[in-house]
Write a protein that binds this ligand. Structure first.
Ligand SMILES: [Zn+2]
Length: 339
């Protein structure tokens, strides 16, 4: 039995640019419909809205004031330079979204895997919104959990989780980031030599996937998760963004739905071996196939597959070399310091 955080209000929440808000909402609706096919294996959990002070775990008071002001405005506008939308009453939606993470933490004491379909806002920074993300729900969850538990994050998305990296850069939280990168593609962060600092030194692992990377490259990138065997987390937070699918409107990566099924299988296998709790997020996804990819991820975790897409190829050798270098050069500095 797995948990899925669900409230029907999710069907109407999106902070994405107006051009793609309908696509974003349709993906959540379609995903919920797909879950009906496996509903016997799911415990649907209604999120309790978060409290304002939960936001302050990561965000500044000043930014909170700005969010509330924007929410009280009768107009629709942008919180940042033109990506992340605000609309009347959005602050309540923000609290509901964050409540998903906090409710998942509570329920994780008796469920091994909980999925938050509308979550994984990994771009938001302490003082500002960014890339359709008004708050950084996953960073807040990591901060709360890491007070008493050992936490690792696997952030898989077409985009680098720059906010997450920056907020947790010097925390003793393992961060594995797998994302599309060419030096220009949003948000532009994510170089391999960004390895963390202080207590976090050696714990920030960036595995950039070149434009057009296929399922074979993605599988190579996931080999980096072997570091979890050394790190031994109590919790793995997985941002399972699906915007790297080949039909996504971004067209940066060339993954098929097989990659997301494989990701689910991989998370399950690692969990069996290392015995940690998983809280996972829907992340980004801006295409017709996004809901299907989210569903495949869940199926993969459950040891099932329902996907006729052909596997894709591209850049596996480049990514294999990256992972080798990361394991040899960067992560080894952490192992040395902690053994
Ligand atoms: Zn993304």
């Amino acid at each position: 039995m797995i948990g899925v955080i669900w409230d029907d209000r999710f069907l109407n929440i999106s902070f994405s640019h107006p051009m793609i808000r309908d696509i974003a909402k349709a993906r959540i609706r379609k995903f919920r419909e797909l879950l009906e096919g496996i509903k016997d294996e799911i415990l649907f959990i209604k999120p309790e809205p978060a409290k304002e002070e939960d936001l302050l775990v990561v965000h500044s008071k000043e930014y909170l004031r700005k969010l509330k002001e924007a929410s009280n405005s009768p107009y629709i506008g942008f919180l940042d330079e033109g990506d992340t939308v605000h609309y009347p009453g959005m602050f309540d939606d923000v609290l509901l979204i964050l409540g998903g993470s906090i409710t998942a933490i509570k329920f994780s004491s008796f469920l091994d895997f909980i999925y938050v379909p509308l979550g994984g806002f990994h771009h938001a920074l302490p003082c500002r919104a960014m890339g359709f993300c008004p708050i950084n729900d996953i960073a807040i969850a990591a901060k709360i959990l890491s007070k008493t538990r050992r936490v690792a994050i696997l952030d898989v998305d077409a985009h680098h989780g720059n906010g997450l990296q920056r907020i947790l850069y010097s925390d003793e939280v393992l961060k594995i980031n797998i994302f599309g990168y060419d030096g220009h593609f949003f948000p532009g962060d994510g170089k391999m030599d960004e390895i963390g600092e202080g207590k976090g030194k050696g714990l920030n692992l960036n595995i950039p996937l070149p434009r057009g990377s296929g399922d074979d490259a993605f599988a190579e990138a996931l080999k980096v998760t072997q570091v979890l065997e050394d790190f031994r987390p109590d919790y793995l937070l997985v941002n399972a963004g699906v915007d790297g699918h080949k039909d996504d409107s971004l067209h940066f990566l060339n993954l098929s739905a097989n990659s997301f099924n494989y990701l689910g299988q991989k998370v399950r296998r690692l969990q069996r071996e290392l015995n940690f709790k998983v809280i996972s997020y829907g992340g980004g996804g801006y295409g017709e196939s996004s809901a299907l990819c989210m569903f495949e991820y869940i199926l993969g975790y459950l040891g099932k597959k329902d996907n006729p897409e052909e596997e894709t190829m591209g850049n596996a050798e480049i990514v294999r070399q990256e992972v080798d270098e990361i394991l040899k050069t960067f992560y080894s500095s952490f192992v040395k310091n902690h053994s």
